[in-house]
Design a binder for this molecule. Structure first.
Ligand code: G3P
Length: 216
């Protein structure tokens, strides 16, 4: 399973990248706004900086919602760097645009996915990645990890090549459960990635080893 970080925060991206386990970055308009990135030039420059920091797939989301505008915006984003993956919302014009991008050699990440039906449509259109939002499903009393397992099963049966990119990850257990359920990628906030390190018995054991090492 690949590990992406889900943020536009450069310090978080650097910290995760320094661990040596980072395969890519995802962003969205909310995450970009949180970092105070405003205006077209600043947005494109920020994506460029992320591409220079991380050698992996970098999702850059279109802000348009109509076919022609999504295509025009996606072309500009894709031209920033070969590692850019154009992130497109799961709407009718988005699916049409994903098909166009696929036919024209531009890789895509279909976002805001909440059902298996949407996952089938995105795969038919040739999306490179599919982003089901696990945490937001859990928030509405549906099991987000169950959706990952259902989509993984459908994609395996049907031979779809679209990679399942589990998004809206809120904690380390989400990552473990998504790995079990067959996600190809987990995109996570830095805290969830670092949370995987934690176990009290590791801390207790290490403290004991350090103490005993003094007696050696
Ligand atoms: O990748 C999608 C993610 O950023 C959404 O996360 O926590 O806002 O549901 P969240």
């Amino acid at each position: 399973m690949k590990f992406f970080i889900d943020t536009a925060n450069l310090a978080h991206i650097k910290e995760a990248n320094d661990l040596g386990i980072l395969d890519g970055v995802t962003t969205n308009p909310s995450l970009m706004a949180k970092e105070g990135i405003k205006g077209n030039e600043a947005i494109l420059n920020h994506y460029k900086t992320i591409c220079e920091l991380v050698d992996g797939d970098i999702s850059a989301e279109v802000l348009s919602v109509t076919y022609d505008e999504i295509i025009a915006e996606g072309k500009i984003l894709a031209a920033i760097h070969p590692n850019i993956v154009v992130k497109v919302p799961m709407i009718k014009d988005g699916i049409k645009a994903i098909k166009w991008f696929t036919d024209n050699g531009i890789r895509t990440n279909c976002t805001l996915v909440f059902s298996a039906g949407q996952a089938i449509l995105a795969a038919k259109a040739g999306a490179t990645y599919l982003s089901p939002f696990i945490g937001r499903l859990d928030d509405t009393n549906w099991d987000g990890v169950d959706l990952i397992a259902q989509i993984a099963n459908i994609y395996a049966i049907q031979g779809f090549e679209t990679q399942i990119l589990a998004a809206s990850i809120r904690n380390p257990l989400h990552i473990v459960k998504c790995a079990e359920a067959g996600a190809d990628v987990c995109t996570c906030p830095l805290n969830s990635i670092l949370g995987l390190l934690k176990h009290p018995l590791t801390d207790i054991g290490l403290a004991q080893f350090i103490e005993d090492a003094k007696k050696m």
